[in-house]
Design a protein around this ligand. Structure first.
Ligand SMILES: N[C@@H](CCC(=O)N[C@@H](CS)C(=O)NCC(=O)O)C(=O)O
Length: 203
């Protein structure tokens, strides 16, 4: 059995959607950031990093979105959620790692600047760069999109991951309409039954 520890609207939404798409048996545990659930001993025993997503499996707990997404794709029927071709798979991973290490971090410099500095001036300086950094990152993504999905014609776990970060653009001061392919992808994603189910389960 798979249990995803996830928080509404967070990066863990991508793993939640991927599970919905996979047809695998799973359940979710909602982690409430407003109650600081992620810092409570019960959750730290599951993920000492104090972050979501955390996927509990029969073999142990997996963390880090790109790893969880690749794992879900590997459990799902071949080709359903990730390319079978090794080079295409690596390209999907490159996209997901760009989201994890550049886009996610650029976003976090807004609300979570205290991770990098205790200095109030440095924190506001980092926060002031969020809009520009997100805009630059999404300009790059826009330029690389070619087809309905991140990987072209085939839907993969990169799609819910992109969808999750695209939902943050507005709060980062970026108008998604400035990126027509990203916006069309976002709308395509919103129509998918798996996405509708995951968002409903988030509450
Ligand atoms: N590198 C991790 C980042 C996970 C992460 O930062 N999750 C955020 C939500 S988007 C979190 O749990 N934040 C809680 C906190 O910072 O207290 C991944 O890609 O999964």
């Amino acid at each position: 059995m798979l249990t995803l520890h996830t928080s509404p609207g967070s990066c863990s939404r991508a793993s939640h959607i991927a599970l919905e798409e996979s047809g695998l048996d799973f359940d979710i545990r909602l982690i409430d950031f407003a109650k600081a659930d992620q810092r409570q001993p019960a959750f730290l025993a599951i993920n000492p990093k104090g972050r979501v997503p955390a996927l509990a499996t029969d073999q142990g707990v997996l963390t880090e979105s790109p790893a969880i997404l690749a794992y879900i794709a590997a459990l799902a029927p071949a080709g359903l959620l990730a390319p079978v071709d090794p080079f295409a798979f690596a390209r999907m991973q490159a996209f997901n790692l760009y989201l994890a290490t550049t886009i996610h971090v650029a976003h976090a410099h807004g609300r979570r600047a205290s991770r990098w500095s205790d200095d109030a001036a440095a924190q506001s300086s980092m926060a002031a760069k969020v809009t520009q950094n997100m805009r630059d990152g999404f300009a790059l993504i826009e330029g690389g999109l070619n087809g309905d999905w991140v990987m072209g014609d085939a839907y993969t776990v990169a799609d819910p991951y992109l969808f999750t970060f695209a939902a943050w653009l507005d709060s980062d001061g970026v108008d998604i309409a400035d990126f027509p392919k990203v916006q069309a992808h976002f709308e395509r994603m919103q129509a998918r039954p798996a996405v509708i189910r995951a968002l409903a389960a988030e509450g």
